[in-house]
Design a protein around this ligand. Structure first.
Ligand code: PMP
Length: 392
């Protein structure tokens, strides 16, 4: 028996770009110590009071089917949070709670695109994007951002690809580049969406991790709320990756359709997880700042190391838990460099090519080990690049 073409094509026939990650995991499985800077997972666990609240909610009996759009108090809390942060009126009816941001990305594309529709996304991109779009039955079409523009996408390039497209997926603060889209970038994107009648799917899962400037949600731009689906998540903001809790915020009729989809797919999110999420949101801004702080600190440490050398340069990260490094001076591809670094120094980073062609010759370094280990790894990486540069 054959599986459907749709599921067989999720990876699009290409490599999934996870070779370095898989090799690092294989080394660790046989006991080789590896400095693991590949994936976006905090080096802390979910805070104990959040888990205690989850435990309390489960013992109190919130273990049956929960309301499919999300429990009302949590929808209200998310709506209030978004309204307070963006100034745009947001009601609980504009919010659907999802099992994490990833399922929200998938559901958003199902909601925005018919089978075969062109769905735009920006390269460099979070590794699941093209597969998510294919899984939803649409055709992924990437628009390249450029290192020379610090990876701020050009609206003219998006407009040039927009003919016949249904949606555009953006991500700010950005994984993998750490770039926060400027007001000018977002204004340009909003114009293209209105001119070409596109749904804007705005992945804002790193919205609490901004080191410079501020996070702007494009849903707050003029006439954008009616065509924007915001994807949010508590994975990064509250170190709750394993709890699988996030949301979609959008126009009420679209949320109604998404609730129908959830009724036939996820059937909602466990009630005790939603209760703990509400408890976590109530911890407030200071708690979220505390979760984000190590990444801000480690970015500053990396800049100190980078200032003392010229083999490696940094993309000017303004947010998210990653640092993107340009290693083109070594003459190597990101993939060659990352594999060589893993072999020589047991440091695992992601090749830029895992996130599309626009990030070729770059590395994505997740700032997810303690400060001293992180600083030492960046130093070793720079020294390694300098050695290669002399040979090149
Ligand atoms: N979007 C981006 C840009 C991400 O980096 C991630 C996770 N790494 C997600 C969405 C999905 O996050 P989750 O499903 O854990 O909410």
């Amino acid at each position: 028996m054959q599986a459907s073409q749709r599921i067989g094509n999720i990876l699009g026939g290409g490599s999934d770009g996870w070779d370095v990650f898989n090799k690092a995991r294989a080394m660790m499985a046989v006991g080789t110590p590896v400095t693991e800077l590949t994936i976006g997972e905090h080096d802390i666990r979910t805070a104990a009071p959040i888990l205690q609240d989850m435990h309390r909610a489960a013992l109190a009996g919130h273990t049956g089917y929960a309301a499919i759009p999300g429990v009302q108090a949590l929808r209200e809390a998310v709506a209030a949070r978004i309204q307070a942060r963006t100034g745009i009126e947001t009601k609980p009816e504009n919010v659907m709670i999802t099992p994490g941001g990833q399922s929200a990305l998938f559901a958003s594309h199902i909601a925005a695109c018919d089978p075969g529709d062109r769905a735009l996304y920006i390269d460099p991109f979070y590794a699941t994007y093209p597969g998510t779009i294919r899984g939803a039955g649409a055709e992924p079409v990437c628009v390249q951002a450029h290192a020379a523009d610090a990876f701020q996408p050009r609206s003219a390039d998006i407009a040039a690809a927009a003919e016949g497209a249904k949606s555009l997926l953006i991500n700010t603060p950005n994984n993998p580049t750490g770039i926060v889209y400027s007001r000018a970038t977002l204004d340009g994107i909003a114009e293209v969406c209105k001119d070409h009648d596109l749904w804007l799917i705005s992945d804002e899962v790193y919205d609490t991790q901004v080191w410079e400037g501020e996070h702007l949600s494009p849903r707050a731009l003029p006439d954008m709320a009616e065509r924007t689906l915001v994807v949010g998540s508590m994975s990064k903001s509250h170190a709750m990756t394993g709890s699988r809790i996030g949301w979609i915020v959008g126009p009420e009729p679209m949320i109604d359709d998404l609730i129908n989809l959830a009724t036939h797919t996820t059937y909602g999110v466990p009630g005790f997880i939603q209760d703990a999420a509400l408890f976590a949101l109530r911890q407030g801004d200071a708690f979220e700042a505390e979760i984000a702080e190590p990444f801000r600190r480690r970015l500053a440490l990396a800049y100190k190391v980078l200032a003392g050398q010229n083999a490696v340069s940094a993309v000017p990260a303004q947010g998210a838990m990653y640092l993107m490094l340009d290693i083109r001076s070594t003459g190597m591809s990101g993939e060659e460099f990352a594999l060589a670094l893993l072999d020589a120094h047991h440091i695992a980073v992601m090749p830029g090519e895992s996130f599309g062609q626009a990030a070729a010759g770059h590395l994505r370094v997740a700032m997810t080990v303690d400060d001293a280990a992180f600083e030492a790894a960046v130093k070793t990486l720079c020294d390694f690049a300098a050695g290669l540069q002399t040979k090149a």
